[in-house]
Design a protein around this ligand. Structure first.
Ligand SMILES: Nc1ncnc2c1ncn2[C@@H]1O[C@H](COP(=O)(O)OP(=O)(O)OP(=O)(O)O)[C@@H](O)[C@H]1O
Ligand SMILES: [Mg+2]
Length: 261
């Protein structure tokens, strides 16, 4: 029997009197790419706060590789929703930050990150500052800082949300390739339906706040995700199915969801 990497069981969370997460149960298997798709303000980032330990759930249990998640040291490399690069640090020093925080000497951290710069399309930009990079490059640098921490699972909170459509499509393709090459287990939060379908093995659809899982969808598309012919038609079908679920959910509004471009 495969041990589940992550298992959330009946998780609830509220801010003061406002319930935000209502009875969330979900699982992630080792090596799986799972997305959480839901309206803005539904509680997706809050779920990551619970996983990373920034906040405690009000109810339910969280297990990782069969063990209860507790304490301050968590098995996740987390890429936060908002621009996480420090503008005063060079790119190389931004990418070593997570390792330095864990106590690694800067020189050793550099030896670990520098060989990865070309794979992340950042060759030659090691000594630049974040403001000198394009939006896509900044996100790749933030992702490099995340994966280099060597944690068993990645948590990505809308990593491409601030990018233009063309750059975002390129980044999705790149991430899918990277995910296939490395043996990553990943959970992605997004409100972009097409992004979720393109990248995921499974998708959990959240309702608006207080969030509950209104549907779980298995994305039965071949990998690598070269979406032409039959695969493109199937992807479009899944996207339409998801939009239908979202728009027909109680409290759904058209303004807080992104339709596929
Ligand atoms: N620290 C906080 N104190 C009180 N309320 C909060 C706090 N953080 C978030 N909330 C509220 O909880 C709800 C869920 O917020 P959260 O950031 O988890 O949503 P989200 O699904 O990530 O939204 P988005 O897609 O816009 O990022 C929102 O209504 C928000 O206003
Ligand atoms: Mg969020």
């Amino acid at each position: 029997m495969t041990v589940l990497r992550l298992e959330l069981d009946h998780i609830t969370c509220r801010y003061d009197e406002t319930p935000v997460l209502s009875d969330i149960s979900l699982t992630v298997k080792p090596g799986e790419f799972v997305s959480i798709l839901g309206p803005s303000g539904s509680g997706k980032s809050t779920l990551f706060k619970l996983l990373t330990g920034a906040r405690k759930p009000d109810g339910g249990s969280m297990r990782f590789d069969g063990h209860m998640l507790a304490g301050t040291i968590r098995p996740f490399a987390f890429m936060p929703q908002r621009d996480a690069l420090m503008p005063w640090r060079r790119i190389v020093d931004n990418t070593t930050l997570g390792l330095e925080v864990k106590g690694m000497h800067r020189a050793e951290a550099r030896r670990r990150v520098l060989p990865l710069f070309s794979e992340f399309g950042l060759d030659g930009f090691e000594q630049h500052y974040p403001a000198e990079l394009s939006g896509g490059m900044r996100q790749r640098a933030a992702l490099l800082r995340t994966v280099v921490q060597d944690k068993p699972m990645l948590l990505l909170d809308e990593p491409f949300g601030a990018l233009d459509a063309l750059t975002r499509a390129g980044m999705q393709r790149w991430l899918e390739e990277m995910w296939s090459q490395h043996d990553w287990t990943a959970m992605l939060v997004t409100h972009d339906v097409r992004e979720a379908v393109y990248l995921s093995d499974r998708i959990y659809i959240f309702s608006s706040r207080p969030a509950r899982v209104i549907r779980e969808i298995t994305v039965d598309l071949p990998r690598p995700r070269i979406l032409d012919g039959a695969a493109r038609a199937r992807a479009t079908e899944i996207e339409a199915d998801i939009l239908n679920t979202l728009f027909n959910a109680p409290n759904a509004t058209r303004t807080n969801l992104e339709e596929p471009r």
